[in-house]
Design a binder for this molecule. Structure first.
Ligand SMILES: Nc1ncnc2c1ncn2[C@@H]1O[C@H](COP(=O)(O)OP(=O)(O)OP(=O)(O)O)[C@@H](O)[C@H]1O
Ligand SMILES: Nc1ccn([C@H]2C[C@H](O)[C@@H](COP(=O)(O)O)O2)c(=O)n1
Length: 522
């Protein structure tokens, strides 16, 4: 696996590449440090920066190596001819000469050869300017990371001042330093873009990420999802073409529940025989057909009803239960980009929040399928509604493998699933609910992540003893998706347990944050 991250100075390449390397077990290659080493050697040995021939010879003669970081999570130690130059290559003097030195074609030729030698060993995350365009044009994942110059200068200034840019209200103290860094960054961008070879440029097939208003963790998460996607594509290509998706398991099959007589029963059997692949008919489908097919494959009349209903419900709920999702945009953007859905888990306080979740996803052109207890299917009316909104019934209290597999396939088609691990609506905080951990199994089987979400404000919409819901403000908060790879646990069972705990802890933390932000809302 070769992952490359290119981008201008200070956009966060090293920070993200280092964290990704740790998380995904990839060797981190800082190619900027290599050009800095050649620049330092030239300055120390008095080589004329305009003498391309001498610089080329110098680049071929030096030995550059990387050692372990001095502190956990820090930058690797950089060795120039065996000497530790980790700090010496980061001085202002090196900063102002490195762009010119790295523009010399003979210097680049020598460095590119060494970089490809590192890549040949595989499993590398390399960052620089020309990783995706020149050094590793066939990389599995290519990212072009940018941020506006003011944000980059602000981050670099705070780094020099020892301020954590994540601290609320943190600002640069030394404006003169900020302005100098800003000028240097802009000059370096211009120099790097003007190189005759290996210029700073976004590869045509790279994914562009603008980190101006993203935290470093969010960028790492976004790149990690691209890595997940690349791994899955590689696994799919390596698998024999006609291998079954998974070994068939003995599973008692209930008689097909027909909603339209015998014709529908036949359709159900044909769809089942093809593992849900046989197309749905415009009418006369079975309930199972809806559970087994992607929502995009639902018959046109159903899709039209769905869209019309979502539009009406959207308008109504915005007025009656003015709702707001906090921090939802990064998730929506990520889901719009990737081809796999996520497992959303949240606390359950009323029937209002699943409805709002469905319409919020719909507004983003996405689909989320609520997993609901099969007791709702006792009424044909609710059953009809639940099938049309993509609901997946689950037999609680049993290991309902059929529901797990349906949810897994939905996620693999790009739909998300909405699960309430508390199983039932929780009307007060005193009663402790048993957590149904099936969500972690679904996420693991679908090789996806779990997104924690919390809601407050909806608990009181239908007070105990009242039939009609009353208006109320409703607030949602969306957490970052949690990945199995980041749990730091090995072993299937251990991973499932850790994911259940981590996801639910996060749901409750998000709920506590919402309650703090909106006092009095439950
Ligand atoms: N998304 C982010 N939000 C806030 N600060 C960030 C973000 N990404 C990186 N930083 C901070 O910005 C500074 C510059 O990041 P980093 O050194 O990773 O950039 P770079 O692209 O590798 O720069 P260069 O090309 O100059 O080596 C660091 O202090 C880092 O902690
Ligand atoms: N692949 C690369 C990496 C770096 N450079 C140049 C451009 C920069 O000005 C300089 C230092 O890089 P940084 O440490 O800031 O990432 O090296 C390049 O031309 N090609």
């Amino acid at each position: 696996m070769i992952v490359v991250i290119d981008g201008p100075a200070g956009s966060g390449k090293s920070t993200v590449a280092r964290a990704l390397g740790r998380r995904e077990g990839l060797t981190y290659l800082d190619t900027g440090a290599m050009y800095r080493c050649v620049t330092l050697a030239a300055l120390e040995r008095g080589v004329d920066p305009s003498d391309a021939c001498a610089l080329g010879a110098l680049a071929r003669s030096v030995t550059i190596a990387f050692g372990p970081a001095a502190e956990p999570g820090g930058a690797p130690t950089v060795l120039l001819d065996g000497r530790d130059v980790t700090s010496a290559i980061r001085t202002a003097e090196v900063d102002s000469n490195v762009s010119a030195v790295s523009g010399v074609p003979a210097v680049r030729e020598a460095m590119v050869a060494q970089q490809r030698a590192v890549g040949a060993a595989g499993d590398v995350v390399a960052e620089g300017r020309d990783m995706g365009t020149v050094v590793f044009p066939d990389a599995d994942v290519k990212v072009f990371l940018s941020a506006d110059a003011a944000a980059r200068a602000r981050r670099r200034t705070m780094e020099r001042e020892g301020t954590d840019p994540r601290t609320p209200g943190a600002e640069v103290r030394d404006l003169a330093l900020y302005e100098r860094i800003c000028r240097d960054i802009l000059a370096r961008d211009a120099g790097d873009e003007a190189h005759a070879v290996g210029a700073l440029r976004c590869a045509d097939d790279a994914v562009r990420l603008d980190s101006t208003s993203m935290t470093a963790d969010e960028v790492v998460d976004a790149v990690a999802s691209l890595v997940d996607g690349a791994r899955e594509r590689a696994a799919a290509e390596a698998a024999p073409k006609d291998a079954p998706e998974e070994a068939p398991k003995a599973e008692p099959e209930p008689a097909p529940a027909s909603e339209a007589g015998e014709g529908a029963g036949k359709a159900a059997k044909s769809a089942k025989a093809a593992g849900g692949d046989a197309p749905m008919r415009p009418f006369h489908n079975t309930w199972d057909d809806y559970y087994d097919h992607g929502m995009a494959e639902f018959p046109l009349p159903s899709r039209m009803v769905y869209s019309a209903a979502c539009a009406v419900v959207y308008g109504f709920t915005r007025l009656y239960w003015p709702w707001r999702f906090e921090d939802a945009e990064p998730l929506m953007e990520e889901l719009e980009r990737r081809d796999k859905g996520t497992v959303v888990v949240m606390n359950h306080v009323s029937m209002v929040e699943p409805v709002i979740c469905v319409v919020m996803f719909w507004r983003h052109g996405l689909r989320i399928r609520p997993v609901f207890k099969k007791e709702f299917n006792r009424s044909d009316l609710t059953r009809w509604v639940f099938t049309r909104v993509g609901g997946i019934p689950v037999d609680r209290g049993t290991a309902d493998l059929k529901a797990v597999r349906r949810a897994k396939r939905a996620i693999q088609r790009g739909e998300s699933v909405l699960i309430y691990p508390e199983g039932t609506r929780i009307r007060d905080d005193d009663g402790t609910a048993d957590i149904h951990g099936g969500f972690a199994l679904i996420a693991r089987m679908a090789k996806t992540d779990v997104t924690p979400m919390a809601v407050v404000g909806a608990r009181d919409v239908t007070p105990e003893g009242k039939r009609l819901p009353r208006p109320h403000r409703v607030f949602f908060k969306v957490g970052r998706p949690l990945r199995f790879g980041a749990l730091g646990v090995k072993g299937r069972r251990e991973q499932l347990d850790a994911m259940e705990r981590r996801a639910m802890d996060r749901v409750w933390e998000l709920r506590a944050e919402l309650r703090r932000e909106h006092p009095g809302e439950w």
